[in-house]
Design a protein around this ligand. Structure first.
Ligand code: EPU
Length: 421
């Protein structure tokens, strides 16, 4: 039975209580898989989440000639040599992170051909930052038959300014810079923990990188990278989703392996609305009483993450009064609000990218759709808070990003069942 016809049936209105351990970070793991292309040696990754996106990324790497073995949460990769430098268009169309093969192939072979990647439909997703970086390192970028062809006889270090701190753009250019001759400085780089982590992994492979985790990354190119064994960091977005599900239901949820140092923006906002947050050992968010309203701006790290904007909005439906959420990363990331409206949510989305949430109204279960990964998280969170039965379709999106969502929510006391379509 195709998984995309499956449904979650949620009987909501019960406060979630207890502990949930989250998987390794989806996005960090995707970057780590791509990073393995930078060496002919074996790379072993641990704590890789068991989600559909990892299978898709493995398929992309295999199509280039890499050996990839997935055994539970361990992925072993070896890209001894490539059978092609043309990324498979059908697979790239499914997964945005697949575009990272360009930086890695460029570094290893001096050329890469790839279509524009697919991914969630959440707004315009240009590639100019990637290309600015590749060109600065000495590559040419051409469009041929709808494909991007990136070539370099020799990559040379450069001082590169990014117009925008693109996450994948930073990782892609970092990949190429690790093997460029000389010194590279990336200014206005993405500082997300997942970027910092992959740079740390590259250092373990012999790369010389400093400043990662800040807006300026320095790289001294090396002639060869070697294999490594590396463990993926805990997923701050998954952790945030469970904590917000707890808040939305007036519960008490602890994520013992959440890394508070990666989640300051969420912790601060939860405290601001009156949630009792203990960040001394993992993160515990306990609701006591009525939630207060707030204003949230989704911006690059360390600001509030756009990937938690949707579940945060769902949680704010419980706060009586008016909250606002300003999405400043993607212009079309409020698609899920029409689904929340079916449950009775009152949210107005302005042309200015600001959603005005009139919280405190009761939510009632009905049929809703997960429109993308985080939009799916929002309808699940709202469904857990709503009275009666909520039926969530579009589970293929949630399967892309959340491992074991149903059993993990059940362990917190949720009444949620996956029903085959
Ligand atoms: N942008 C540019 N030029 C570029 C690239 C991006 O202007 O060359 C702009 C985009 O238009 C957008 C903003 O930069 O407004 C953010 O895009 P970014 O490149 O940072 O996003 P991404 O790297 O394509 C990753 C995650 C997303 C996450 C964003 C922002 C992966 C596979 N994807 O995408 O994750 O929302 O960073 O943090 O790592 C998700 O997990 O659900 C997800 C969509």
């Amino acid at each position: 039975m195709p998984a995309d016809r499956d449904r979650y049936v949620i009987r909501g209105g019960r406060p979630l209580h207890g502990e949930v351990t989250v998987s390794g970070s989806k996005n960090a793991a995707l970057y780590a898989l791509a990073a393995a292309l930078l060496t002919p040696d074996t790379v072993t990754l641990r704590n890789v989440p068991r989600i559909a996106d990892i299978e898709e990324m493995a398929a992309v790497l295999r199509a280039l000639g890499a050996d990839v073995t997935i055994a539970g949460e361990t992925v072993t990769l070896r890209a001894a040599e490539f059978t092609t430098t043309v990324a498979p268009a059908d697979l790239v169309a499914k997964l945005r992170a697949s575009f990272l093969v360009v930086g890695a192939l460029l570094a290893r072979t001096g050329e890469a051909t790839c279509v524009s990647p697919g991914g969630d439909v959440i707004g315009s997703r240009p590639l100019d930052v990637h290309f600015t970086g590749f060109k600065a390192l000495g590559a040419t970028v051409e469009e041929l038959d709808g494909q991007h062809v990136v070539r370099a006889q020799r990559l040379g270090g450069a001082r590169i300014f990014f117009d925008y701190p693109s996450v994948l753009g930073t990782v892609n250019v970092l990949f190429a810079a690790t093997r460029a001759h000389g010194h590279t400085t990336i200014i206005n780089a993405a500082a997300e923990p997942e970027v910092e982590m992959v740079a740390e992994m590259l250092c373990g492979m012999g790369a010389q990188i400093s400043g990662h985790g800040s807006a300026t990354i320095e790289v001294d190119g090396v002639s060869r990278l070697g294999g490594t064994e590396f463990s993926i960091i805990a997923d701050r977005l998954e952790a945030g989703t469970y904590l917000l599900a707890g808040v939305a239901t007036g519960g008490d949820v602890r994520v013992p392996n959440a890394r508070p140092e990666h989640m300051d923006s969420l912790i601060a906002k939860l405290r601001e609305i009156g949630v009792d947050v203990d960040a001394s050992n993992g993160i515990r968010a306990r609701c006591a009483g009525v939630l207060g309203v707030t204003q949230v701006q989704a911006v690059p790290y360390p600001g509030f993450p756009t990937d938690l904007q949707a579940p945060m909005t769902a949680a704010l439906l419980r706060a009586p009064g008016v909250s606002t959420v300003h999405e400043r990363v993607y212009e079309r990331r409020f698609n899920y609000t029409t689904e929340l409206a079916r449950l009775g949510a009152r949210i107005e989305v302005g042309d200015n990218g600001i959603a005005t949430i009139h919280g405190g109204a009761p939510l009632t279960g009905t049929a809703v759709e997960a429109l993308d990964i985080r939009a799916g998280a929002a309808v699940v969170v709202a469904g857990l808070a709503a009275a009666g039965e909520t039926v969530v379709g579009g589970l293929r999106h949630l399967d892309r990003g959340y491992a074991d969502l149903e059993p993990r929510l059940r362990a917190l006391g949720a009444d949620i069942t996956r029903v085959a379509g």
